[in-house]
Design a protein around this ligand. Structure first.
Ligand SMILES: [Zn+2]
Length: 78
């Protein structure tokens, strides 16, 4: 079916706002949540994403100790 040309623009606006929220430390960013958008119904749904206990960064036995550029120590963000 493909992607309607306007949909990446709409999602890009959402992503840009997420970045602004993270930079300004305002609002409730989509950390640990998954946003689903339906252009056909003009609706959004949000799913909670559970932390992966086997994650090599933030899991129970991490093998990656730090990310380059992760000054806040947020890890993978989930
Ligand atoms: Zn993780």
């Amino acid at each position: 079916m493909g992607v309607l040309g306007v949909v990446p623009g709409q999602i890009g606006l959402v992503q840009a706002m997420e970045v602004i929220k993270l930079i300004l430390k305002i609002g409730k960013p989509l950390i640990g949540r998954f946003l689903i958008y339906s252009a056909l119904t003009t609706g959004f749904d949000v799913m909670t994403v559970a932390r992966n206990p086997d994650c090599p960064l933030c899991g129970e036995r991490p093998i990656i100790k730090a990310l380059k550029g992760d000054e806040n120590g947020d890890g993978c963000g989930v």
